[in-house]
Design a protein around this ligand. Structure first.
Ligand SMILES: CC(C)(COP(=O)(O)OP(=O)(O)OC[C@H]1O[C@@H](n2cnc3c(N)ncnc32)[C@H](O)[C@@H]1OP(=O)(O)O)[C@@H](O)C(=O)NCCC(=O)NCCS
Length: 138
């Protein structure tokens, strides 16, 4: 399964933004969530999400959905699942997103995230990062 995740990651992100899954998944506070679809009796990987718990915060490192199954609610469902999983043990979910990634920004807004701050050149020259936060009910 992890090899399929790596393959989607490779197709979806530039090398400079690729997550080192081997290193990340060794960390005991990090979780890989995968969304599978049953299509014509075959299991297909629809998307994945990587998040880490740091004290009472959750850092959403990555979320990605296969191109041919986007706009079907998969990413939204994964974020809701993360919320349920971290439950009352966490105060907020924090993430950074390239401000040019409009579908991702729309997704996070739809999930209730608020924009907190912008960091210029966060992803490289001219590529600004947006910090977003979702406060969880405690
Ligand atoms: C961002 C991404 C994860 C969204 O996945 P998805 O499964 O298509 O999203 P969903 O179908 O769950 O969409 C939920 C909501 O997000 C918003 N949204 C998602 N994609 C959108 C798009 N292309 N344009 C506008 N709004 C969009 C909409 O509000 C949508 O709700 P609606 O369909 O009821 O209008 C997907 O486009 C992707 O993998 N992109 C490349 C990787 C990436 O940029 N990851 C984020 C940074 S790590």
């Amino acid at each position: 399964m992890v090899s399929k995740v790596k393959s989607i990651e490779k197709r979806s992100f530039p090398r400079s933004e690729a997550l080192d899954f081997d290193a990340e998944l060794k960390k005991c506070n990090t979780t890989l969530l995968v969304a599978t679809l049953n299509r014509e009796s075959r299991e297909k990987l629809g998307g994945y999400c990587v998040f880490a718990r740091v004290r009472r915060d959750v850092l959403l490192h990555k979320i990605c959905v296969e191109e041919d199954v986007r706009r079907q609610g998969i990413a939204y469902a994964m974020i809701q699942h993360v919320r349920q999983t971290v439950g009352q043990k966490s105060d907020k979910i924090i993430l950074w997103v390239d401000e040019a990634r409009l579908p991702a920004r729309k997704l996070y807004e739809r999930c209730g995230f608020a924009e907190l701050e912008t960091c210029l050149d966060y992803y490289g020259p001219g590529r600004h990062g947006l910090k977003m936060i979702l406060k969880l009910a405690t």
